[in-house]
Design a protein around this ligand. Structure first.
Ligand code: FAD
Length: 445
């Protein structure tokens, strides 16, 4: 048993007001929980970065546990309903190659075209959930689904256990190395390491968006779904939030709507974001049904809103927009990005961007291993959209292809650290780079 103390101080409900979100009353709680799982490498968060990290570490022979709070892995690519790999899909490394090869076997991905000839490659996100699950199981990754990371035990900068809570209740997961792929730096934050979010100054994050799906019905079945008076009617196209509409197989469309100005790190703000998103979804659908007379009915919405930017760690190096523009080379490069700066303006819900189209282009750039090493942590790395980067650098590096590359590198590095019984930052970065390249990742710019 370990004592799950908890860095967590749970706020008690109070009748004395709640100014600034800080409850006046606090309680502390601690309990003993069993160490049910032990691993060489524990990966927290099963998005594309987490799956890639787990698969890469397992390929190296590590005993790997992957913790995911939802029923399937894939994160934003599955549960978030995003069905396109942006950027370059070749040369991302063997894990990504395996994912693409499996999607091809299922006829569930568009043919390859190099970036920027095509800037994305569409896939079927429901099939991806199956493909990722089977890939993890083939590599003997121990998968814990419906299991949420809640806390850590830390000893002098070293995480000894994560506390996870699945259907059996709270339990401890002990590992030599941890990789935080929560997209929100949740492990780093719970462990007390420095994290940042949003733009400098006011910390406003890149906007969220909800993906939802409509099916086409025969003209005779066309109807408006929203009962009169439920939500605000949109009568003019100019009043729509930024709405992207794509084909979604025969007889369907996918829609993406922009939901700005919510904070992905705050319980009440996230609740408000989901409520707002579902209301906007119905308002936008109502516009298409009533005004544009589209024969569409709601099929389903992604169970969670898509978060472009959560919390990021402060790593041994912070990747900046200047690094991207200068295509800066790093000896310890472990990933490469090519995608433009997809920095949606955070302040409004229109199709607006922080930068002009010319300013959004960047040359291919490298990401050093140091961006995955959490400052002050001995055995914690990150991969994916919670890497150490400024907001604009993140707006490119967050795409799935680059997240997978980072994940593969983190898995390789975590296995090396576990095998050599050393701190993550004491692993020879050139060995990591060599292995990353040996596994098919193209780092040259
Ligand atoms: C609306 C939208 C559209 C996008 N469109 C594209 C696109 O077309 N192409 C593209 O390439 N990229 C796109 N992106 C970006 C891309 O989808 C994401 O940045 C990328 O998928 C992030 O991968 P990740 O693994 O880092 O994080 P995520 O996909 O967010 O995965 C994090 C995982 O961690 C899990 N997790 C979090 N907290 C916990 C916890 N406490 N315990 C257990 N598990 C936890 C989550 O459930 C999730 O599975 C889009 C993003 C958004 C929001």
């Amino acid at each position: 048993m370990v004592s799950a103390s908890a860095a967590m101080l749970a706020s008690a409900a109070t009748s004395e007001g709640d100014e600034g979100g800080e409850s006046l009353h606090r309680v502390s709680w601690r309990r003993e929980v069993p160490v049910r799982y032990e691993a060489d490498v524990a990966v927290v968060g099963g998005g594309i970065a987490g799956v890639s990290a787990a698969c890469a570490a397992a390929k190296s022979g590590a005993k790997v546990v992957l913790v995911e709070r939802f029923a399937v892995t894939g994160g934003n690519c599955t549960v978030g309903g995003v069905g396109a790999f942006c950027g370059e899909t070749a040369g991302q490394g063997e894990v990504f190659d395996a994912i693409v090869a499996d999607l091809e076997k299922w006829h569930a991905i568009a043919p390859y075209k190099p970036y920027p000839k095509a800037d994305n490659r569409v896939f079927d996100h429901e099939i991806l959930a199956v493909v990722l699950q089977e890939l993890l199981l083939r590599r003997n990754v121990k998968l814990l689904l419906h299991t949420r990371f809640v806390d850590v035990c830390v000893d002098g900068g070293r995480i000894t256990e994560c506390i996870v809570c699945g259907k059996s209740g709270p339990e401890a997961l002990r590992a030599r190395q941890f990789v935080d792929c929560t997209g929100e730096a949740e492990v780093a934050r719970a462990a007390g390491f420095e994290t940042v979010k949003g733009r400098p100054g006011d910390h406003v994050q890149l906007p969220m968006s909800l993906m939802y799906f409509v099916r086409h019905v025969p003209e005779s079945k066309r109807r408006a779904q929203v009962p009169e008076g439920w939500f605000e009617a949109i009568r003019d196209k100019g009043d729509l939030p930024m709405t992207s509409v794509w084909p979604n197989g025969p007889g369907g469309n996918a829609l993406k709507i922009k939901i700005p100005l919510f904070d992905s790190t705050d319980t009440e703000s996230m609740t408000a974001a989901e409520i707002r998103a579902r209301r906007r979804m119905m308002e936008v659908l109502d516009y298409y049904q009533r005004v544009e007379k589209k024969p569409w009915l709601l099929d389903h919405a992604s169970p969670r809103i898509g978060i472009r930017e959560g919390q990021r760690v402060v790593g041994d190096y912070v990747l900046t927009i200047d690094d991207l523009r200068a295509a800066r080379r790093f000896d310890d490069a472990i990933a490469r990005g090519v995608y433009y700066l997809d920095a949606h303006k955070p302040d409004d819900d229109k199709r607006t961007y922080i930068l002009s189209p010319e300013q959004r282009r960047v040359p291919p750039y490298q990401i050093p291993l140091r961006c995955l090493l959490v400052r002050g942590a001995k055995n914690l790395m990150v991969a994916g959209r919670c890497l150490s980067a400024d907001q604009l650098a993140l707006s490119s590096a967050r795409v799935t292809t680059t997240c997978s590359m980072m994940g593969q590198a983190a898995g390789i590095a975590a296995n090396l650290a576990s095998r050599e019984r050393c701190d993550a930052r004491n692993v020879d970065p050139l060995s990591v780079r060599r292995e990353v390249e040996a596994r098919g990742a193209v780092l040259g710019c």
